[in-house]
Design a binder for this molecule. Structure first.
Ligand SMILES: *Cc1c(COP(=O)(O)O)cnc(C)c1O
Length: 401
């Protein structure tokens, strides 16, 4: 099948809000995907970490097929026999007290913004409409108007105002900046444990621990956006475990879907979630039985198939090999945690995209983030031989850099 046919259809009839690599995929299995011409590629993006479990995981597929034949959607006007089980299993797995299910990551972010504002008024005693939420420079939390309003990326926010007030932006990785920004009206601090879309930016060691202590001291809710870092990506179930802390609110999404069906969730301590009362928040599809059944199996296989341990071991191997083999005047830095890896090129290397195109020609799918960073984030089921295969290609393509 001619890929150009599909590319033309997208260009003619679709909105142009993405600039994908021109590879038209038709099939996936584990870490591999195939295009319409039958060419095989190693997926090193994993749909931005939404297919951590690998493409078309057979156990998740089985659950999806079985649940699809039983019950798919009830709305929350009625109860279903999957939602409570997902709540229980998620709470036990993550040591949380309460769960609120939504569909997309951005919706989970919007949900916590509502929850912490109300918590601020009802519990902390902030005066009406004065609540402030602190966020970080170069954050990525989604695409709604409220969320892009506190983005610092011009491409995300320009021409989309006016924006929602009540947000304050500080430097990422700087605990002192947080301490200085807190006022009596501060209700929450929201941060990614590792900034994914900003280019896999890892904060100084101990940052989250310091941030947690500052939030506790000032009665500020700590929100960790683990939509990308969570569910095994960094070699732990949640990235917060690297710092030995527990956030008050944790956002997960992406891989909760198992790559099959969108679902996100807010994990909460009891106090914050309990401020939301019936009628104040919801979603028609949020918590539907199909999504819940799939998410339950998506979580189960992460644990049962040892994907989190594999991410830690294979990530450490991949990073050490990258550091050893990918060097040169145009390689600014190689970094990562677990299987959330990045190669940052110097600004004069001509941009990361050309290297992504060359890698694609050699059977490896990576996507540039911003101008100069190649992110490498394969499904968590990747094996050593497959990493070696990827390293050969990276070496040959980046030798020119
Ligand atoms: C992807 C992502 C989101 C948004 O998730 P969507 O499902 O695309 O709305 C939010 N935060 C982080 C850290 C993400 O990586």
């Amino acid at each position: 099948m001619n890929p150009q046919y599909f590319i033309n259809l997208e260009d003619e009839f679709g909105a142009h809000n993405y600039k994908p690599l021109d590879v038209v995929l038709a099939r996936g299995q584990g870490v591999w995907v195939w295009d319409v011409g039958g060419n095989k590629y190693l997926d090193c993006l994993s749909a931005y970490s939404a297919v951590n479990q690998g493409h078309c995981h057979p156990k998740i597929m089985k659950t999806m097929m079985e649940q699809a034949q039983k019950l798919t959607l009830t709305s929350r006007a009625f109860r279903n026999d999957q939602l409570g089980l997902l709540y229980k299993e998620l709470c036990e797995l993550t040591n949380s007290h309460k769960v609120l299910p939504m569909n997309s990551g951005a919706e989970a972010v919007e949900t916590v913004i509502k929850a912490v504002r109300k918590w601020g008024y009802k519990v902390k005693g902030v005066a009406q409409d004065q609540a402030e939420i602190i966020v970080c420079e170069n954050n990525f939390h989604g695409r709604t108007i409220t969320i892009v309003g506190f983005s610092t990326d011009p491409g995300s926010r320009e021409n989309f105002g006016p924006f929602t007030p009540g947000f304050k932006i500080i430097a990422f990785g700087d605990a002192k900046a947080l301490e200085a920004a807190i006022t009596p009206n501060t209700v929450a601090f929201m941060v990614e444990p590792i900034q994914g879309e900003a280019g896999v930016i890892i904060p100084p060691a101990g940052y989250l621990k310091q941030v947690k202590a500052i939030c506790e001291k000032n009665n500020v809710v700590l929100i960790l956006d683990e939509i990308q870092t969570g569910l095994g990506r960094t070699g732990k179930l949640l990235a917060e475990e690297h710092d030995g802390i527990e956030a008050d609110l944790t956002l997960i999404g992406k891989a909760l879907s198992g790559g099959y069906y969108p679902i996100s969730a807010v994990l909460s301590n009891k106090e914050v979630m309990d401020v939301l009362r019936p009628g104040e928040h919801g979603s028609t599809f949020g918590g539907n039985p199909l999504a819940c059944a799939i998410a339950r199996t998506a979580l189960k296989v992460l644990v049962e198939d040892n994907m989190i341990e594999n991410a830690a071991a294979m990530g450490a191997y991949f990073l050490s090999q990258l550091k050893e083999k990918i060097q040169g005047p145009h390689i600014k830095e190689v970094r990562g945690k677990g299987l959330m890896l990045a190669i940052e090129l110097t600004p004069d290397a001509g941009g990361a995209r050309q290297y992504c195109l060359e890698l694609m020609a050699k059977g490896m799918l990576c996507k540039e983030t911003h101008e100069n960073t190649i992110r490498i984030a394969p499904p968590l089921v990747i094996k050593k031989e497959e990493i070696n295969w990827a390293l050969e290609r990276l070496e040959s393509v980046l030798a020119a850099a």
